[in-house]
Design a protein around this ligand. Structure first.
Ligand SMILES: Nc1ncnc2c1ncn2[C@@H]1O[C@H](COP(=O)(O)OP(=O)(O)OP(=O)(O)O)[C@@H](O)[C@H]1O
Length: 393
């Protein structure tokens, strides 16, 4: 595998936009990411010249592709940086098309506010996968991954064939939750075999990079990585693929919601007002791109004291239910704040597996039943989206 310096040395052979200087010394190359035979990087260009500079992008992919040990190269053109360190990731200006040898090409990205449902249904699906559901949250740490994991297992317990795609590439926790590790093997060419945990096929960036690798991703790279995990994995026949989305509602999440043919989205929130404000942003994001909202889960909803048996509404209670009612979105259920959920999740032995007859597993199965009923209802009605109301957040 080449080093970053070797990659940059090759890239310095590529001329800059006006054939003066090279793209490295002009400071246009950033976000170089090398892992497992893959090299991903960004080239910063003025947004209006993206089309014209496509040959430059291709030339960059070509030179890097010749380095020994490189199997795939992905160069993304990004628009000019907005300010210095800590500046927001620039908006994607064009998709990061796969190199000639990479097969699948992500559909074109759009900046904001995609038009309505026809777009949603026009996206190419994943062969063999009947429905894709996103699990999202407006902010991190609310239990999105724990919900994804237990929801997936509960859908399986309800008789469905389930897969999980960990799109939370900033902090992939799905490998730990399913207690799976290792490297996915290629099955044919570039297609990887997903790993399996508790009978569920799982794919995560956590399998492809070292756990301690700091990942600094910019929008287009996020989309490229997720698109490849979606389309270059042998998922086989699945009733449902559950996607653990990256937290937040930035460009990466929005573009992903636009590019993946989602049957719907589940929003996870805790009951605090602030979390609910973020959850509302998440809801609005999916509504803008006409992804049906399957409902809201209130996580860490209440605490049942094992000593006194009393119920404590630590973060307040019922906020998500009230929010769901206000917004006309199904309320899917309340998951208590419980030590068993945390300990088991963190140990990779989710409660739905370790205690399938327990109260927590029953809650997740109930949520799974409601989620699936919504997916079916949307399908049958041909109802692509909930009413298009965008609520001020
Ligand atoms: N209902 C619950 N009761 C107790 N602990 C919980 C519950 N839900 C989640 N947790 C714990 O809270 C922590 C954060 O959960 P999790 O990783 O699922 O959140 P997340 O929203 O995916 O976070 P991030 O966005 O940082 O990935 C974990 O330690 C998890 O075990």
């Amino acid at each position: 595998m080449p080093t970053r310096e070797e990659v940059l040395a090759e890239l310095s052979k590529v001329k800059g936009p006006d054939l003066q200087g090279d793209i490295v010394s002009l400071g246009l190359v950033s976000d170089v990411f090398i892992s497992d035979g893959r090299v991903i990087f960004s080239i910063t260009v003025p947004a209006e010249r993206a089309q014209e500079l496509e040959p430059m992008r291709q030339a960059a992919e070509k030179v890097v592709g010749k380095l020994p040990g490189v199997e795939k190269v992905l160069a993304a053109l990004t628009s000019e940086r907005q300010g210095g360190a800590g500046a927001k990731a620039p908006p994607p200006v064009r998709p990061a098309p796969a190199a000639a040898d990479m097969g699948s090409v992500p559909p074109p990205m759009q900046r904001r506010a995609a038009p309505a449902s026809p777009e949603q249904s026009a996206k190419p699906g994943v062969p063999g996968v009947k429905a894709i559901i996103a699990v999202a949250s407006g902010k991190g740490g609310v239990g999105k991954s724990t919900t994804t994991c237990n929801l997936a297992l509960a859908l399986q317990a309800n008789g469905l064939k389930v897969g999980v795609l960990d799109a939370d590439i900033y902090g992939p926790s799905i490998p730990r939750l399913f207690r799976v590790s290792g490297r996915p093997e290629p099955v044919s060419g570039r297609i990887l075999k997903p790993l399996e945990g508790y009978g569920i096929k799982v794919m995560s960036m956590g399998f492809l990079v070292e756990e301690e690798t700091p990942m600094i991703w910019r929008g287009p790279m996020v989309i490229s990585a997720i698109t490849q995990m979606l389309r270059e994995v042998a998922w086989g026949e699945l009733d449902v693929l559950v996607v653990d989305m990256p937290p937040g509602t930035g460009d990466a999440q929005l573009t992903m919601a636009q590019n993946v043919p989602l049957a719907g989205a589940v929003i996870v929130s805790t009951p605090q007002d602030l979390a609910l404000i973020d959850a509302r942003k998440g809801l609005n994001m999916f509504r803008r791109v006409d992804v049906p909202l399957l409902g809201i889960v209130e996580n860490m909803s209440y605490f049942l004291c094992p000593d006194c048996g009393g119920r404590h509404d630590i973060f307040g209670h019922g906020g998500a239910r009230a929010e769901a009612e206000k917004l006309g979105v199904p309320f899917l259920g309340e998951v208590p704040l419980d030590m068993a959920i945390r300990v088991n999740s963190d140990a990779g032995t989710p409660v739905t597996v370790t205690d399938p007859d327990g109260a927590h597993a029953a809650i997740y199965r109930d949520i799974a039943t409601k989620v699936w009923a919504e997916v079916q209802r949307n399908r049958e009605d041909g109802q692509r989206a909930a009413p298009r109301i965008v609520i001020e957040s």
